[in-house]
Design a protein around this ligand. Sequence first.
Ligand SMILES: *[C@@H]1O[C@H](CO)[C@@H](O)[C@H](O)[C@H]1NC(C)=O
Ligand SMILES: *[C@@H]1O[C@H](CO)[C@@H](O)[C@H](O)[C@H]1NC(C)=O
Ligand SMILES: *[C@@H]1O[C@H](CO)[C@@H](O)[C@H](O)[C@H]1NC(C)=O
Ligand SMILES: *[C@@H]1O[C@H](CO)[C@@H](O)[C@H](O)[C@H]1NC(C)=O
Ligand SMILES: *[C@@H]1O[C@H](CO)[C@@H](O)[C@H](O)[C@H]1NC(C)=O
Ligand SMILES: *[C@@H]1O[C@H](CO)[C@@H](O)[C@H](O)[C@H]1NC(C)=O
Length: 520
Amino acid sequence: MFAFLFVVMLGLCHCSKDGNQTYLGIPRLFGPSEALVGDIVIFKCQMPKHQKNEFILLQLFKKGNNSKWLGESTSLSGEAGAFNLVIRPSHDGSLECVARAQNNSNIQPTASISHYLKVVEPVNGSQIVVRSGPVEFFEGDKLELLCKLTAGNYVSYKWLLNGRLIAQSPGLLPSGNHLLLNRTTSEDSGSYVCVATNHFKDAVFTSRSSDVEIIVKDVVSAPDISFTVLKEESQNYSAAVTCQSSAGTPPVTFTLYNRTELVGSMTSQDRGVAFKLPLFLGQYLGELRCEANNGGPVAHSQWLPLEVVSVGGPVTMHYDYDVGENFAVVGLRLYCRVAKGSHPRYRWFQNKTLLRDRGSFYYVANQPPEQSILLLSVGRSSAGTYRCEVSDSFDNTTAISSRKRYLDKEVLNRLPVPVVATVFGCFTALILLVSVCCGLGVVYRRRQYGERSLLGLEMERTVAYEGELDLSEYEEDADVLRRTTGGDEFDRVRASGIRGLCRRMAPDRGAQEDVGGRTI
Ligand SMILES: *[C@@H]1O[C@H](CO)[C@@H](O)[C@H](O)[C@H]1NC(C)=O
Ligand SMILES: *[C@@H]1O[C@H](CO)[C@@H](O)[C@H](O)[C@H]1NC(C)=O
Ligand SMILES: *[C@@H]1O[C@H](CO)[C@@H](O)[C@H](O)[C@H]1NC(C)=O
Ligand SMILES: *[C@@H]1O[C@H](CO)[C@@H](O)[C@H](O)[C@H]1NC(C)=O
Ligand SMILES: *[C@@H]1O[C@H](CO)[C@@H](O)[C@H](O)[C@H]1NC(C)=O
Ligand SMILES: *[C@@H]1O[C@H](CO)[C@@H](O)[C@H](O)[C@H]1NC(C)=O
């Protein structure tokens, strides 16, 4: 309805204009909608037919810029004006044809409706500019690349790293001619290329930049410091102090310091070096520390005290065990320790056979330098004489052996003499205590009352007699045990019940003793 009213009003306006001046009518502009830079194209501007007697000047303009025409033509008798254009990039956009009467200023000029011309300029001369700065830097820094062209419009860009397309991902934004990596890692290192593309009709134009090599270096990690002892031909010793970093782009320079001065410096291509220093056994040679540097932040190791003590003193072996059904020992842990020595090497023997890391019934768990543990499952093949031997890891001529122990299922399940003795001792003490109490009681009563009933005496006697019965029972039991153990010194699991009883009576004893474990 409004549209209709608007048209009517417009019509009225035209009529009033026609009253005092001639109306030219609206020209129409024809031409291609797409063109390539350098092409010669023809645009035509057509006037409505009825304008017969006027010379009409037709001009082609970029819309919004009527100061400079792109083409000009005159038209008489309503014929179409033609403009030949050599396409330039600036022609891209909306064009319009303006018609004006040449010698009649009373007639208002009119413009055609705009015509959109897309001008395509083939891409050319693409080149990567590293906006973020140097091409070699440390992880965590920002990388910003720009793809610059010498020519081209309506361009789409692709970014390649080592020949593979970079997809959009969090922290990485390939938007148009701009590639931004906010926090780089060494995996972002490589050869970057940008590929710019545009097309005109079926033709595709491509410009590939030359490679830009980006190196993102890993910051060197805090090195580990350790040393091994070497025995020289001359019977002298030396320490090979190793500094090793797990991360960091080589080359890495390692510097070894003691508390006061620099001891040595070396550069490594594989993040690790070894310094050789003279060593004197049993002498404290101060503390050492490594420093690692690959151009970025410098990393330090812990302080390492350099002291080597030869093994010495007694080698002790003790064990504890696991109990299965029927209170039988099923698993055994043998512990081996040496009194001193900073670099001990532990070796276990069954009969005369060296037990390596793992076998059908055993497993060796070394916890150097403190101890070594031999785990056994108790069975037929585990029967034998066991011992452990400790030597310096750098000199096996220093071997010290523990005492030998024969262990099998029967031995392990026997009751040890100290337990029997304790049990026996506990009961004897108990009975003595009861007897003394009774005796004192009797004396006390006799003194207090002078006279006493015969019945009371009888009862006290019965108590004492029962005590004696208990004693003989345990004596008998202990004798049997003594015979079976034959004086050997081994624990028996079944004793734990009896021992528990004793512990209730004498808790101190229980606290000292490690249940089910003993030193051999
Ligand atoms: C229009 O004016 C120009 C000079 O201003 C003259 O040369 C030309 O002949 C005139 N054309 C007509 C059609 O009057
Ligand atoms: C990168 O960091 C800037 C600020 O430093 C932030 O504006 C931008 O969104 C970040 N870009 C990405 C892709 O995380
Ligand atoms: C071995 O050590 C002694 C001092 O302990 C030293 O006098 C000797 O020169 C050393 N020998 C070698 C070959 O380094
Ligand atoms: C550091 O090493 C030097 C020789 O390399 C030695 O003379 C000095 O005593 C050492 N300092 C300490 C604190 O160990
Ligand atoms: C170790 O020797 C004992 C006898 O001393 C023997 O019974 C046992 O079978 C031997 N063990 C092995 C694995 O040879
Ligand atoms: C000491 O170790 C070396 C090599 O590890 C070995 O060849 C040598 O037989 C060992 N000597 C002794 C006594 O175990």
